[in-house]
Ligand binder design. Structure first.
Ligand SMILES: Nc1ncnc2c1ncn2[C@@H]1O[C@H](COP(=O)(O)OP(=O)(O)OP(=O)(O)O)[C@@H](O)[C@H]1O
Ligand SMILES: [Mg+2]
Length: 575
């Protein structure tokens, strides 16, 4: 019989490090964020061997007092928040008080710092979690954190480190994100003794040109839209700045680089009419909002956020960007506040306008197949979602059931159905695959190639067979059967992005739902396609048979019931 025991402190930190410190680039991210939180005006990064041997960050920020050095390395010790209230309105990059403790548990760390007004600097070394005593040292005001021999004491994790070039690639990307977020700060990046970037404090456009290329800046325009507490600003690429790769897409929320479905979707939709096929928009956008309206404490590396009003944010970003992209087509109001008026209080479905776009082959294939597969029950009792009456503007299906009127968002419903089918496939081993007659070829960067190779097994279980066809080229040879007619290259790109960001393995397990949602979204691209009554009824029947079909994968409702009583109330009709 095993007994429950409390784990030793070092092991607790090593477990936490598993989430926070995935590779040298995650160490770099934490150290850079700490330097910015300390108010640095100039930051120097020194790397060796892709960061696995050494990650060092020097800053000229506020520094630490000698007696605070041991605390800085202690778990759950932070100078940034003190209460739940602080947490909810947090404006610093860090707040958990665990990054340095986690790093120190899996590497050799030296922290040297001098606070303003201190007579000299102090230094503290820690190796695998055990810290020594602070000693006097020489240094100007500011802090140096040196992290050496990552995973020296956790060989199993060390095995997951990739080639020096790949790890350096990840570090460069981390550096780029942070440097783009803070053009007011000077940054230097050195690798193996060579300076690979040197940026002085500059305006945002200059920083964008320095890191994303002059061509990007020349083919883009500034964006700055404010609506109440929301502001979207930055630099958005015109179609001429679009690229074959999705490698210049940067979105920051209150200064933090994030990957967020709501934002990604809003941007994609705003660019939809401007770009065709495989072209990827390039942009550098900053969303600012009240920190209380966004929860940043939802992901160990803080790369995801949760908006309190995701629908409102989507609407704001979509309209702001769309308007900036096509200033003449400015009919759509930029509205953060939800509309008031007779319909306003009715149902969430009426409060969000999502956009109608092009018909898509995959969608049509699905609808036709569904129409054939599900025979209409003849004169039986009316099924729960009733029978279709008509289609409204290619977006909604109107149906009549016993209670009254049923309104269905056909795209959202389709997406949910595809998602559940994919999930069933994966639960049964792997998503059903179909080979492509003509492989879909996509231009990628070296990290994508590495991600495709490293995660081949995971990708296959998701239904994608991808081979490397050149140093910067991948070929998708088979795709999930449900999606075979759709945007296969776009799907592969999104999945690689997620795998790059989060790695496969256990993480794949944890993010399975998100991955499947990404896939479903690609299958069910917004379609403004005329459906026959038979097709609409087929969709309704599929919905009835699908688990959780009441809301789409983004949590928006897929259908609404308006009872006769609701309608009577709407028309002030007493019966
Ligand atoms: N470069 C630095 N300059 C000044 N103080 C620093 C620096 N790096 C760390 N500190 C101090 O050490 C503390 C612990 O840092 P650590 O990164 O572990 O936690 P945090 O930044 O508070 O939260 P998180 O774990 O979310 O990053 C910080 O709260 C800060 O007071
Ligand atoms: Mg920190």
């Amino acid at each position: 019989m095993r007994h429950i025991r409390v784990l030793p402190e070092l092991l607790i930190s090593q477990i936490a490090a598993g989430e926070v410190v995935e590779r040298p680039a995650s160490v770099l991210k934490e150290l850079l964020e700490n330097a910015l939180d300390a108010g640095a005006a100039e930051v120097v990064v020194t790397l060796e061997q892709g960061g696995a041997k050494r990650v060092q960050v020097d800053d000229d920020g506020a520094g630490l007092a000698k007696e605070d050095l041991p605390l800085a390395l202690a778990r759950h010790a932070t100078s940034k928040i003190a209460s739940l209230d602080d947490l909810q309105g947090v404006t610093t990059m860090g707040f958990r008080g665990e990054a340095l403790a986690s790093i120190a548990s899996v590497a050799r760390l030296a922290l040297t710092s001098r606070a303003a007004g201190a007579p000299h600097a102090s230094t503290l070394r820690a190796e695998g979690g055990a810290a020594g005593a602070p000693a006097a040292a020489a240094r100007a005001k500011g802090t140096t954190v040196l992290v050496e021999d990552l995973y020296f004491n956790t060989p199993a994790r060390r095995k997951f480190l990739r080639t020096e070039q790949t790890e350096f690639g990840h570090c460069e990307e981390t550096f780029r994100r942070i440097a783009l977020a803070r053009p007011d700060v000077a940054f230097t990046l050195k690798h193996n003794g060579r300076v690979s970037a040197h940026l002085r404090a500059q305006a945002i456009g200059e920083r964008a040109a320095a890191l994303l290329g002059r061509e990007f800046l020349d083919a883009s325009f500034p964006v700055d839209v404010q609506a109440g507490p929301l502001r979207l600003y930055g630099v958005a690429g015109t179609p001429q700045a679009a690229r074959a790769r999705a490698d210049a897409q940067y979105f920051f929320v209150n200064g933090r680089f994030v990957r967020d479905r709501v934002l990604a979707h809003a941007v994609r939709e705003a660019y939809r009419d401007q770009l065709h096929g495989e072209r990827q928009p390039a942009y550098l956008l900053f969303l600012e909002l009240d920190p209380r309206a966004v929860d940043v404490n939802v992901h160990p590396a803080k790369i995801e956020v949760r908006f309190r009003d995701a629908g409102g944010i989507h609407q704001f970003v979509f309209h702001a960007l769309k308007r900036a992209l096509s200033p003449t087509a400015a009919e759509a109001p930029v509205a953060y506040a939800r509309p008031a008026g007779p319909g306003a209080g009715l149902r969430p479905a009426f409060q969000q306008e999502f956009q109608v776009a092009q018909p898509v082959q995959a969608y049509q294939g699905f609808m036709t197949a569904a129409a054939q597969a599900v025979p209409l029950p003849a004169a039986e009792k009316s099924p729960p979602l009733g029978y279709a009456l008509a289609q409204l503007h290619g977006v909604y299906i109107l149906a009549q059931n016993e209670a009254g009127l049923v309104l269905v968002d056909m795209h959202a419903a389709h997406e949910r159905i595809v998602m559940e089918k994919l999930k069933a496939g994966l639960d049964a081993g792997a998503v059903a695959r179909q080979s492509l007659l003509v492989p879909a070829v996509l231009q990628v960067d070296a990290l994508d190639v590495a991600a495709a190779e490293e995660n081949a097994g995971a990708l296959e279980s998701l239904g994608l067979e991808i081979s490397v066809s050149g140093p910067n080229e991948l070929a998708v040879r088979s795709a999930p059967a449900l999606l075979a007619g759709g945007d296969v290259a776009g799907l592969a790109r999104s999945l690689l992005r997620e795998l790059r960001e989060y790695g496969a393995g256990a993480v794949l397990q944890a993010r399975q739902n998100e991955l499947l949602a990404t896939m479903a979204c690609h299958a069910a691209v917004r379609a403004s396609r005329a459906l026959t009554t038979t097709e609409m009824n087929a969709l309704l029947r599929e919905m009835e048979e699908t688990e959780r079909s009441g809301s789409c994968n983004h949590g928006r409702p897929t259908w609404y019931q308006l009872s006769m009583a609701d309608l009577d109330r709407l028309f002030l009709r007493g019966r």
